[in-house]
Ligand binder design. Structure first.
Ligand code: URA
Length: 198
């Protein structure tokens, strides 16, 4: 069994915060273990909780169409969330829940060692771009510890707001060029070491 699969089993049994008691299914994340690109959303919603898969509801369908428009395939990227279980009624995750879940995201990123991390929404953005404003930094890339980091609006926010929709579409289309331009380390071992520092 791969280490990522083992991790999924641990996440499925996790009771380290109150969300564990209320979930239908935990939603660890999905995608290839050697994905170069990782998207990190906020938390599972209704559909994700039912299916145990990330971004499978309306926001997920929009995300998938955005990926296609940028020439990316969902099956080639890794998609996960800051919090692995659905907060009841889709409320915002609490700081204690984010803290309790942090170890899972850390381990996931260590195992995958992506070349690029894209944050979707404010919770994943808070981790990599603390104190910054999405209005200023969306769609820009920076390299830290050998990994390219990009913040984007959350697809759910952009879905029904025409101006944000255009923005997120344009930002998504920049990703392949960022990967090419920023000369990220293709050595998985190196990236794994560097990710520890993020
Ligand atoms: N929104 C998220 O942030 N994550 C999901 O998995 C679905 C919707």
């Amino acid at each position: 069994m791969s280490e990522l699969t083992e991790l999924y089993q641990k996440i499925a049994q996790c009771q380290d915060c109150g969300l564990g008691k209320q979930r239908t299914k935990a939603v660890p994340g999905e995608g290839p273990e050697n994905a170069r690109l990782v998207f990190i959303g906020e938390a599972p919603g209704f559909h994700e909780d039912q299916q145990g898969r990330p971004f499978v509801g309306p926001a997920g369908q929009f995300l998938e169409s955005l990926l296609i428009s940028a020439g990316l395939k969902r099956s080639h990227v890794y998609i996960c969330n800051v919090v692995k279980c659905r907060p009841p009624g889709n409320r915002d995750p609490l700081p204690t829940e984010i803290d309790a879940c942090r170890k899972w995201l850390d381990r996931q990123l260590q195992l995958i060692s992506p070349q690029m991390i894209v944050t979707l929404g404010r919770y994943s953005m808070a981790r990599y771009f603390p104190g910054e404003s999405i209005g200023k930094i969306h769609g820009t890339a920076r390299k830290r510890e050998g990994v390219v980091l990009v913040a984007m609006y959350h697809p759910a926010a952009a879905l029904h707001q025409q101006s944000l929709r255009k923005t997120i579409e344009a930002d998504m289309k920049k990703l392949p060029d960022f990967m090419a331009e920023m000369d990220v380390s293709t050595e998985k071992e190196n990236r794994s070491e560097q990710l520890r520092l993020l």
